[in-house]
Design a protein. Structure first.
Length: 122
C-alpha cells in the first residue's frame, strides 16, 4: 500500500484523512453554506490534494510527483468535502424553507406532507 501512496499508511490516515480531511470538511461546509454548486468542491479539492501531497513531501519525505498517491489522497479529500457539502446544503434547505421542506435523512430533504426525497426547489 505504501508503494501506491508514496508514504506510510500512518501518514495517510493521520495526515490526509484526519488533518487534511478536516480541512476538506470545512471547505465543503463553506461551499455548501454559500449555496455554490458541487463542482466547485471538486475544483477546490484538486488544489487541496496538491497541497496535501506537497506537505507530505515536505514533512514526511513522501514522494511528491507520484500520480497514484495524488489520486488516492485527492479522491479521499473530495469525498469528504462532497459529504460535508451535501449535509450542509440539506441543513440549509430545511432551515431556510421550513414550511416547504423537511429532512429525509442526512443527505436528502422532501416536501412537507410527502414527496420524493432530495427533490430540488422547483
Amino acid at each position: 500500500m505504501s508503494e501506491l501512496l508514496g508514504n506510510s499508511l500512518t501518514v495517510y490516515v493521520g495526515f490526509t484523512c484526519i488533518l487534511a480531511g478536516g480541512t476538506a470538511w470545512m471547505m465543503g461546509q463553506a461551499i455548501g453554506g454559500s449555496w455554490r454548486p458541487a463542482w466547485q468542491v471538486v475544483a477546490y479539492g484538486l488544489l487541496l490534494g496538491a497541497s496535501d501531497r506537497f506537505l507530505i513531501f515536505a514533512l514526511f519525505q513522501g514522494e511528491l510527483l507520484l500520480p497514484s498517491g495524488y489520486l488516492i489522497d485527492t479522491a479521499t479529500l473530495i469525498v469528504i468535502a462532497l459529504t460535508a457539502h451535501r449535509v450542509t446544503l440539506v441543513a440549509a434547505m430545511v432551515k431556510q424553507y421550513p414550511w416547504l421542506y423537511e429532512r429525509a435523512g442526512p443527505f436528502a430533504w422532501r416536501r412537507r406532507g410527502g414527496g420524493t426525497p432530495g427533490e430540488s426547489a422547483t
